[in-house]
Design a protein around this ligand. Structure first.
Ligand code: AMP
Length: 202
């Protein structure tokens, strides 16, 4: 599990593996990878060379950043890891997710499909259980994630999640806003840890 470090040094990127996604999403993914590298942060991801995963990793690598991919052996054919980035091959999806989680102290979520959804839902549920207190920031171009946010808020309105659950994540609309939001949320969470009177992280 990531320890609650007061400095964000590595960022895990969850995102789609589809090459057919909106080209604007693919180019934003590349730019976000570059932003992570330029901020001096290690880029951790699912290890594939396809879709937004591949684009974002390529962006980080091209910008001179440290990139760490983690891929299950059975997906290497389908998700085509890059030869020129550090890649750890694991045996299962669970091991992949656990290692991505262990190696990261902040998480960003780009547009994606069911795999991305599964990863971020697990991450938010682990936060609810107190298993981590790391920044989670969505990149939400043209409201891509709004249906998920509506569902999460629906669970609050129905009193199936507490109101504070809405503080578990943040969302930005632009590439440029993403890393500042990650660092700001990291600082707020660190402040809340050192000041027990600060309970509300909005
Ligand atoms: P998708 O958003 O469906 O394109 O998937 C994005 C990434 O999530 C891909 O690399 C998938 O291999 C990965 N993925 C899908 N399901 C899981 C899972 N259950 N555990 C870990 N990774 C997954």
């Amino acid at each position: 599990m990531p320890s609650p470090s007061d400095r964000v040094e590595s960022v895990c990127v969850y995102c789609g593996s589809s090459n057919d996604a909106d080209p604007a999403f693919l180019s934003s993914a590349y730019a976000i990878g570059a932003e992570i590298a330029k901020a001096g942060l290690t880029f951790v991801y699912g290890g594939g060379g396809v879709g937004l995963m591949g684009a974002s990793a390529r962006g980080a690598h091209d910008a001179g950043g440290r990139v760490l991919g983690i891929i299950p052996d059975f997906l290497q054919g389908r998700e085509q890891p890059f030869d020129d980035v550090e890649t750890i091959v694991v045996t299962s999806m669970h091991e992949r997710k656990m290692m991505m989680f262990d190696r990261s102290d902040a998480f960003v979520v780009l547009p994606g499909g069911i795999g991305t959804l599964e990863e971020v839902v697990e991450l938010l549920s682990w936060q609810r259980l107190g298993l981590h207190a790391c920044p989670v920031v969505f990149y939400n171009p043209r409201g891509f994630w709004d249906p998920l946010f509506e569902l999460l808020h629906h669970t609050i309105r129905e009193k199936l999640s507490p109101p504070e659950f809405a503080n578990s994540w943040r969302s930005v609309d632009t590439v440029e806003a993403l890393i500042p939001a990650v660092l700001a949320m990291g600082a707020d969470l660190a402040g809340a840890r050192t000041n027990p009177d600060v309970a509300d992280l909005t």
